[in-house]
Design a protein around this ligand. Structure first.
Ligand SMILES: Nc1ncnc2c1ncn2[C@@H]1O[C@H](COP(=O)(O)OP(=O)(O)OP(=O)(O)O)[C@@H](O)[C@H]1O
Length: 252
């Protein structure tokens, strides 16, 4: 299996005695969207959070196996998790903008990583807001609070914030599940645009969404990947009965 890009090899994750991820190996290519689907509690979010070590913040979590990001095993001691999360960004289910202005939400990351020049920061803010299809709606109120934006706008701002530090991969945990249908469509459109520059891994319960936005799909069940394939194949002609049952709504 490759070690370029983002790759998980035989990953196991335990919460205390409970094994939530039972030996998952998956690789995520650049400029591709991978959907992680499966019934509630099968380990999708646990797996996603492992990829940039967000599980480190949960008490009692133990991980074994390897996760490679551009040739570095991110599970090794001594890995700088701030640098890691710069390479592998995250967008959560509920929009969580900082309690700061729209401008500062985007500028915070680049400034933290050393960009001090105001003109450069201005350019980054504009570029990221344009990429997140939010520039026209916000250009006249960049210094207003991000919390005054609608939920859908806040989520696009969080996506803009995640790309401001130039990640290679963006992890998204049900990024549209708290949004109305119009905002959901905008986020889906955005995902299709962003995949030209990034690798995207998205957890979703919405089968239509997985089918619309992703190139590859992994079906998780009870901590394992039961089937991984081209999204078209998974949704039209899955190899495994469990996958077929799940996508046809027979369980989950
Ligand atoms: N912080 C935690 N402490 C203990 N157990 C946990 C924790 N988080 C998740 N689990 C358990 O790990 C298993 C996988 O949970 P996880 O949230 O990863 O599944 P999921 O597929 O993302 O579920 P959902 O679709 O409902 O979000 C479940 O049995 C869950 O109860």
């Amino acid at each position: 299996m490759q070690t370029e890009g983002l790759v998980a090899k035989d990953l196991h994750v335990f919460y205390g005695e409970k094994e939530a991820i039972k030996g998952v190996s998956l690789a995520f290519a650049a400029r591709e969207v991978t959907a992680l689907i499966g019934p509630s509690g099968c380990g999708k979010s646990t797996f996603l959070r492992s990829l940039n070590r967000m599980n480190d913040t949960i008490d009692g979590v133990r991980t074994s196996g390897e996760i490679w990001m551009d040739g570095e095993n991110v599970n090794e001691a001594g890995v700088d998790v701030v640098q890691l999360r710069q390479k592998i960004g995250m967008v959560w289910q509920r929009p969580n903008p900082f309690h700061k202005s729209i401008y500062e939400n985007i500028a915070f990351g680049p400034r933290y990583h050393g960009v001090r020049n105001k003109k450069q920061l201005d350019e980054i803010v504009e570029d990221c807001l344009r990429k997140a299809a939010l520039w026209d709606e916000t250009k006249d109120r960049l210094h207003n609070s991000a919390l005054a934006l609608s939920g859908g706008q806040q989520q696009r701002l969080c996506i803009a914030r995640s790309i401001a530090v130039k990640p290679k991969v963006i992890l998204m945990d049900e990024p549209a599940s708290a949004l109305d249908p119009v905002s959901t469509a905008k986020v889906e459109e955005l995902i299709s645009e962003l995949k030209q520059d990034f690798s995207i891994v998205i957890v979703t319960h919405n089968m239509h969404q997985a089918a619309r936005v992703s190139d590859k799909t992994a079906f998780f069940y009870m901590g394992k990947v039961v089937e991984y394939d081209q999204t078209d194949k998974i949704f039209t002609n899955p190899s495994e009965k469990a996958t077929d049952d799940y996508i046809s709504g027979r369980f989950g």
